[in-house]
Design a protein around this ligand. Structure first.
Ligand code: ADP
Ligand code: MG
Length: 253
């Protein structure tokens, strides 16, 4: 099989990141198929954030390689990976709380188009407005366009952050613990939003919350102490004794 359609969007090989004596990520292999919904799950200290930062290009591996969309990006920075079609969310909010939902999305769209399109300013603004509104619709926020980001609920702010990451029309979206700090009902809304996203976008979700991870993902990679200990379907993960031991033992808060 040589077809590009079956080539992985993300291919990680032997990825290792040491911090002094700590091996935060230890010889990790990972293949994510186009359109796949994948979760990386694990207790605190498992190496999830370190893995996320290595894939996003915010950190450099000690050894190993990362291919995105068939290109070796191991030595490329975060901006270059973004230009290839990788987008990410941030654990700390980057919303401009004094601006409306529409203007947050609009500014993100202007930022994107500024980098790759040379249009007249008015045409660019119009395109960015349209993109802002289309993105608001795709994250279910059309009725919030005129609301100040600072007046949104916690869950809606998380929705908007996902919208900001989608404005660039990425091929792959990395989500860093999107359910963290949300109430139960907000987590359910977020889960529904993630399930509704276009299959053109491949999702890699780093998540501590098992319910969200196992509902959104079709395959789950479980990490512990920097190592992948099991990979499988949500049903396989639910039935895995090691997963139970790790989650019932210490991590579930
Ligand atoms: N910048 C850093 N400097 C030193 N140690 C780090 C750093 N980042 C992470 N670690 C260590 O690497 C391990 C994995 O951390 P992390 O990737 O944050 O795990 P997780 O996100 O799964 O909770 C932990 O032991 C943590 O203390
Ligand atoms: Mg973390």
């Amino acid at each position: 099989m040589t077809g590009a359609a079956t080539a992985p969007v993300l291919r990680v090989r032997g990825l290792t990141r040491r911090f002094g004596g700590v091996v935060a990520v230890a010889d990790v292999d990972l293949d994510i198929a186009p359109g796949e919904r994948r979760a990386v799950l694990g207790p605190n200290g498992a190496g999830k954030s370190t893995l996320f930062n290595l894939i996003a290009g915010a950190d450099t591996p000690t050894s190993g390689s990362i291919e995105l969309f068939g290109a070796d990006v191991t030595r490329l920075g975060a901006r270059q990976r973004a230009r290839l079609g990788l987008s990410r969310t941030f654990q700390t909010s980057r919303l401009l709380t004094g601006l409306t939902v529409e203007d947050n999305l609009y500014l993100a769209a202007v930022g994107v188009s500024g980098g790759r399109l040379r249009l007249l300013r008015t045409a660019r603004d119009r395109t960015a407005r349209e993109q802002a509104r289309a993105t608001a619709e795709s994250v279910g926020m059309t009725d919030r366009l005129a609301t100040l980001a600072g007046d949104l609920s916690h869950g809606e702010q998380r929705q908007l952050e996902i919208g900001l990451a989608l404005v660039a029309e990425p091929r792959m979206l990395l989500l860093d613990e999107p359910a963290a700090g949300l109430s139960r009902s907000e987590r359910q809304l977020l889960t529904a939003l993630l399930l509704s996203l276009d299959r053109d976008v491949t999702l890699l979700l780093i998540e501590h919350d098992m319910d969200v991870a196992l509902t959104v993902a079709e395959r789950v990679t479980m990490m512990h102490d920097g190592v992948v200990i099991v990979e499988g379907t949500p049903a396989e993960i639910r039935g895995d004794q090691r997963v139970h031991d790790l989650y019932l033992g210490k991590a579930h808060v």
